[in-house]
Design a protein around this ligand. Sequence first.
Ligand code: HEC
Ligand code: HEC
Ligand code: HEC
Ligand code: HEC
Length: 443
Amino acid sequence: MKNYTTLILAGLVIVLAAVLIGVMVYIQNQPAEVRAIQPLVEIAEMEPDSARWGINYPNQYHSLLKTETNNIDTTYAGSSQFSWLERDPRQVILFGGYPFSKDYNDDRGHANALNDVRETKRLNLNDEDPKHTPATCYSCKSSDNPGLWAELGMEAYDAMSFNEMTPNINNSIGCSNCHEAGTMRLIATNPALIEALERQGKDWETYSRQEMRSLVCANCHVEYYFKGDGKYLTFPWDNGTKVEEIISYYEEVGFKDWAYPETESPMLKAQHPEYEFFTAGSTHYEAGVSCADCHMPYVRDGATKYSSHDVHSPLLNPEEACGQCHTNTDYVVERVAIIQQQVAETKITAEDAIIDAMTAIKAAVAAGNADPALLDEAKKLHREAQFMWDFISAENSTGFHNPEYALEVLSKSIDTARRAQMLAAQSVGDMSLLETGTYYENK
Ligand code: HEC
Ligand code: HEC
Ligand code: HEC
Ligand code: HEC
């Protein structure tokens, strides 16, 4: 009889333990809105002040604040604002005639976004000048935006100048850029993202929790352009999000960011297409890994586990960022180093090829007797080669997010640039234009 009681008791303990583990696993797998603790204060819809949200969620708030003072660099990225133009002077030539040839710094933490956009020398704050900077440039820099978009509509927002918008913007990136107050669920907040998905027949409301852990980043970490005179923020995704599909979109709508000096090639500047690049069939994306898995890993505060909102290079905390899935973190970090070195070297090869194409086109234009059809085709290929290179260059992981695709796009860029150079030479029948490195010889 006694034996039975012990057995029943032991059985009960096991069942209870199993139920408890089940509940814990269940809670851990719930989306943010369910796991969030009971709120202390009520947060207004689209509340721009992250400190207010921080009363309820101090760990998330304090980790977000850390992004302001982060300054550690890695081999190819990190959190200081080093100048790309000093590190790679070829980019001064490649962006000739465009503000990026004057000021182009590496990105840093979310809490600095507002200060950094206000301080870049790329701004043109002369509202009388037709080329003045529009308010649209604030779109990815502030937690005030969701409220302003709701109040003004994005069309009216984008039609204002940067100067006119400044008094309305007081906060850098914050909670309201990614979360719905009250429920705390992850949401698409940027109307340009919602509209681009709609035009592709997609509805973010149907996305799984894991998909949302990447989609919130697509509010900002994407390729975009300012459409028409109203500078309407638009993602060029109608034909798809692969680099050729984006180029074909820009071709169809006849868009250019600027004309290259002396050649008038209609150039495109890539922004920061992390989302498009990562989702283009990368190993991690196909395996169901999200941006937040590597950039916002779970960390502990005593008994509490929370998502670190101190978003930065995962190479600074690989045990947290990669260790949840890879047992040998030294090995994967070493793989990152090898991938990035290959991509960085191939990027330079592409830059040299594009500079040769641009130099040959300049010479053909200057000769004055070029076959116009061949010359136009050369300019078109110059535009495409440079956008392909920039797609990889402006994407901030130096190829790691999708290594095979990075090398594929760069090899297409090199081939396209060399074809542009050949056409320029043919257009004036001058085979000396096929030489390489002449840009530097003539300096
Ligand atoms: C498998 C892990 C992983 C995933 C998933 C991932 N990243 Fe990264 N990310 C990295 C690594 C590694 C780097 C390279 C950091 C470096 O060079 O210091 C990086 C670099 C970056 C950088 C530049 C960091 C810096 O210090 O300047 C940004 C921005 C970024 N990722 C955004 C994203 C976005 C947005 C997504 C989803 C679309 C994403 N990442 C998905 C691992 C990841
Ligand atoms: C750049 C987007 C982004 C910003 C900005 C952001 N969050 Fe989050 N937050 C996330 C993601 C991604 C998760 C993970 C959600 C999930 O797994 O369902 C998350 C999770 C959470 C959770 C659920 C518990 C946890 O830690 O996983 C809370 C609570 C939270 N965030 C609060 C905040 C607060 C408060 C702020 C502002 C101080 C903030 N977040 C800013 C993206 C963001
Ligand atoms: C509201 C727009 C916005 C959202 C949403 C957003 N980012 Fe960012 N992110 C930026 C901007 C702007 C910068 C550059 C800020 C600067 O340089 O001042 C940046 C910088 C970064 C950096 C570089 C940090 C460093 O220290 O170098 C990483 C990494 C990053 N973001 C990853 C992510 C990930 C992952 C997500 C989604 C979970 C995300 N971001 C969501 C706008 C955003
Ligand atoms: C959420 C899980 C998860 C996280 C976090 C994660 N990985 Fe992975 N990683 C995978 C999966 C799944 C694969 C596919 C191959 C496999 O099963 O090992 C993979 C593959 C890789 C590969 C081989 C790539 C290839 O094309 O074969 C490298 C390198 C790698 N990861 C590096 C990293 C680094 C560096 C980090 C941290 C910055 C990281 N991973 C974070 C799940 C993850």
